[in-house]
Design a protein around this ligand. Structure first.
Ligand code: RUB
Length: 358
């Protein structure tokens, strides 16, 4: 059995969701734009196909697109005739798809770095590295889930935004939902409020879908209801994922996160981001240095191709926003929960990490 086949078997045994896998020389991806109404599997035969699937958010979530970086280069190796340059070019293409989430950049860099010692064994090296990255990421989800669950009390209502879950990560619960799923599996009676997340509705479509699968009670709200819910005592804690954390602890996450963090501060509600050491970007000093992806305005003026505004209306779609570290109560990682002062404490945790990876 190959490494990849063993991994697929493990996912079945542990009831995990594989966001992407290899079958007969092509990559298979659960098309997240179709969820929850159909669980369609799409095929990416080339790295170009995979790049397009990432751009169009058929596969999304910072962890999952990080895994695409790994599997994408493995796919490139399969058709490379042993030419390392083709594989490196595939990495450049994948890195250009979405600029904000740092995991994709890091996994591509890690795969590319391992090309050097590969020699004749390019395919075998790429397969082993891709599996290693996915397994490490999965291990981090279990670990950060365990640390984060210590913050969740029996009876808590936890709000989350967008989808930071299994299919957006390595299959257990991504980041935020790893915390929530672990607390639930520990027997804590928790309730989740999931924000719908305009305009792509990842919260309504995918978070609610996964919470239902996990059997975790939940309530859907629109993004503009969080202030009301907080002011009326309906929310005890907020846990969101993260696409990038800068060296000073500022957080880039799905647009709307900042507004929830401001409201949480006003109401003394702890606000956490769940992440991994791989998502902490020490090359980026602060949130102001993070490139925020701007997506097509038509994604705001239209829903599933149907116009919801008069023709010609100008619209803006920053896909992420920046939450300053002062609004963050703690950064949950596989190494533990990091609190202020973030610049100092993030560095300490990084130094402890044997290997910085997702
Ligand atoms: C990004 C998104 C979340 C994160 C964070 O969405 O869902 O902001 O990825 O979650 P999209 P995690 O890819 O749809 O723009 O840390 O689990 O990736």
């Amino acid at each position: 059995m190959t490494d990849i086949q063993q991994l697929v078997q493990r996912y079945q045994e542990e009831n995990l969701a594989l966001p992407i896998w290899l079958e007969e020389g092509t990559l298979k991806v659960i098309d997240q734009t179709k969820l929850p109404f159909s669980e369609e599997i799409m095929t990416c035969s080339t790295v170009e196909d995979l790049g397009e699937a990432i751009r169009s958010m058929q596969i999304r979530g910072s962890g999952a697109i990080g895994i695409c970086g790994a599997y994408g280069l493995y796919l490139a190796a399969l058709v490379s005739d042993g030419d390392p340059e083709t594989v490196k070019e595939a990495g450049v293409l994948l890195k250009s798809t979405r600029p904000t989430a740092v995991n994709l950049m890091k996994t591509v860099d890690e795969m590319t770095a391992s090309i050097e010692g590969a020699g004749q064994d390019l395919i075998r090296t790429m397969e082993a590295k891709a599996v290693e990255i996915l397994e490490r990421q999965l291990a981090f989800e279990y670990e950060l889930g365990r640390h984060g669950a210590e913050l969740i009390e029996d009876g808590d209502t936890v709000m989350t935004h967008c989808h930071s879950g299994a299919l957006g990560g390595a299959g257990f619960g991504g980041r935020a939902l790893s915390v929530i799923r672990t607390a639930h599996e520990q027997g804590k009676k928790i309730h989740v409020i999931t924000c719908e997340t305009r305009p792509y509705l990842q919260g309504a479509r995918i978070t609610a879908y996964e919470l239902k699968k996990f059997g975790i009670p939940h309530t859907l709200i629109t993004d503009n209801m969080s202030g009301f819910c907080m002011s009326t005592g309906r929310i005890d804690k907020v846990v969101v994922g993260s696409d990038r954390v800068s060296a000073n602890g500022d957080l880039a996450n799905k647009v709307g996160t900042y507004m929830h963090a401001l409201a949480a501060k006003e109401h003394d509600i702890p606000f956490y981001t769940a992440t991994s050491s791989h998502t902490i970007d020490f090359e980026t000093p602060s949130g102001a240095d993070i490139e925020v992806e701007m997506r097509d305005a038509s994604e705001v003026t239209h829903m599933k191709g149907i116009a919801i505004a008069p023709e010609g209306t100008n619209a803006l779609y920053p896909s992420f926003d920046i939450t300053p570290n002062a609004l963050i109560s703690g950064i949950i990682t596989e190494k533990g929960v990091i609190t202020a002062p973030f610049s100092t404490n993030l560095k300490k945790v990084n130094a402890q990490a044997d290997k910085v990876s997702q």
